[in-house]
Design a protein around this ligand. Structure first.
Ligand code: FNR
Length: 398
């Protein structure tokens, strides 16, 4: 059993902690505003290739920006005089208990922004009790990350071409205690990302983010020489395994037969795909456009959410990521039908600034703001948030 989180509910207590600190002469070490955090993180990353990878998106980056704009077009219509003194943000999603409906979205190659990478983020997530979804292309092996902090973990899978390798990765995740498999279905080809193309750099081709592959016995058996002796050989085999444009519902069926863990499909934007996901026997979907990193011009994840929640809500777990920058954003997604929301880039900016402490500060700020948003809108539990909470910008509530 993992230790209880250090910074548990009520999450709004973080606000009092900051103001009390101020009375004792201390101010927050890290930017509290996400806009400041993004700016300072970009200034801190002195490797322009890494900055391009983290901050860039596909094409003209319309979808990357559009994700955030979509949140601004919804406004909260609060209710008053409802005694919100006893708030409880906890939820259980596909068997995983979490103290608030928030998870950490899978982000690969985190060591490009901080040497402690995923290990630091796993510790920050465990300190607040939020599940972390570990990427297949993480900088540390999945067993090491699971052991780093003992918090709840889910595993994100990029399905390799070899089914034997896929089975091995999934079985390792099961043995290491991961509680769900998140199959990313929107990265069967690499999106056109001008910033990365301009720097002509992909971390994986430099051998970064291959830890789950090089530690895998099936992957090792595919190499002519051990990865330590021939790193380029390992990169070549990774490339052969990674691009998977033939990915289809057959592979979902294969994965379903492979594991008893809950499976979520990440990257669903069309309600018909959400229905097909239900028919394929998976347990949930993550409404996501990969943070605008894959297909520029795509619909904002938040705009795709209501139709998907209508189509499969209640039957499948519905999660959302892409553009969540604050507790208020998370509350809007919950109101539009998400059972939980995944935070992406903001925790990576925290990691870039100050490792585990930086990532933790970001998580605590988003948790505190979500707690206050739910309370200030007249609610006490995430499940009480419905589309009634929101009006389109400029519209008056009905
Ligand atoms: C990602 N994302 C991602 N998704 C995934 O399934 N596997 C992965 O390895 C990665 N790697 C990755 C690296 C970087 C640098 C970023 C920014 C994103 C996508 C991620 O899970 C999530 O969908 C987005 O980050 C959500 O968008 P925002 O909110 O971060 O803009």
């Amino acid at each position: 059993m993992a230790d209880p989180p250090l910074h548990g509910p009520p999450f709004a207590g973080y606000q009092a902690e900051i103001f009390l600190g101020g009375m004792a002469g201390t101010k927050p070490e890290h930017p509290v505003s996400v806009a400041d955090l993004e700016r300072v993180a970009e200034e801190t990353l002195d490797d322009p290739k890494a900055a391009a990878y983290v901050f860039g998106g596909a094409g003209r980056e319309d979808t990357m920006r559009g994700n955030a704009d979509a949140f601004r077009r919804w406004r909260i219509v609060p209710r008053m005089l409802r005694d919100v003194s006893e708030r409880d943000l906890s939820v259980t999603v596909l068997g995983t208990e979490m103290p608030a409906p928030l998870l950490l979205a899978p982000i690969g190659v985190q060591s490009i922004v901080h040497p402690d990478g995923e290990l630091a983020v796993a510790r920050a997530a465990a300190a607040v009790g939020l599940p972390m979804i570990l990427s297949t292309v993480s900088s540390f092996a999945l067993e090491e990350v699971a052991g780093a902090a003992g918090g709840p973990m889910w595993f994100q899978l990029y399905l390799p071409r070899s089914r034997e390798l896929a089975s091995s990765l999934v079985n390792r995740a099961e043995r290491a205690g991961y509680e769900a498999i998140v199959l990313t279905v929107d990265t069967f080809l690499q999106g056109w990302k001008p910033r990365d193309l301009q720097s002509a750099w992909m971390p994986q081709l430099a051998g970064i983010g291959l830890a789950n592959y090089t530690s895998d016995p099936v992957f090792q058996s595919m190499l002519e020489k051990p990865a330590e002796e021939d790193p380029q050989g390992a990169v070549g085999q990774f490339i052969a395994q990674f691009a998977n444009p033939q990915l289809s519902w057959d592979e979902v069926e294969f994965l379903r037969a492979e594991t008893e863990l809950p499976i979520l499909l990440k990257g669903i934007l069309h309600p018909d795909d959400a229905r097909l996901a239900g028919e394929s026997g998976v347990d949930g979907v993550v409404v996501s456009n990969h943070g605008g990193r894959q297909l520029d011009g795509e619909i904002a994840a938040l705009d795709a959410l209501p139709a998907i929640a209508d189509a499969v809500g209640g039957e499948l777990a519905v999660l959302l990521d892409s553009g969540v920058r604050s507790g208020a954003d998370a509350a809007k997604a919950l109101a539009l039908g998400a059972d939980a929301v995944a935070i992406g880039r903001p925790y990576l900016w925290g990691l870039a600034l100050d490792g585990e402490a930086g990532a933790l500060a970001v998580l605590r700020a988003i948790l505190a703001e979500l707690d206050l948003t739910i309370g200030l809108s007249g609610h006490s539990r995430p499940g009480e948030l419905t589309p009634e909470l929101l009006a389109r910008e400029g519209d008056s509530p009905g």
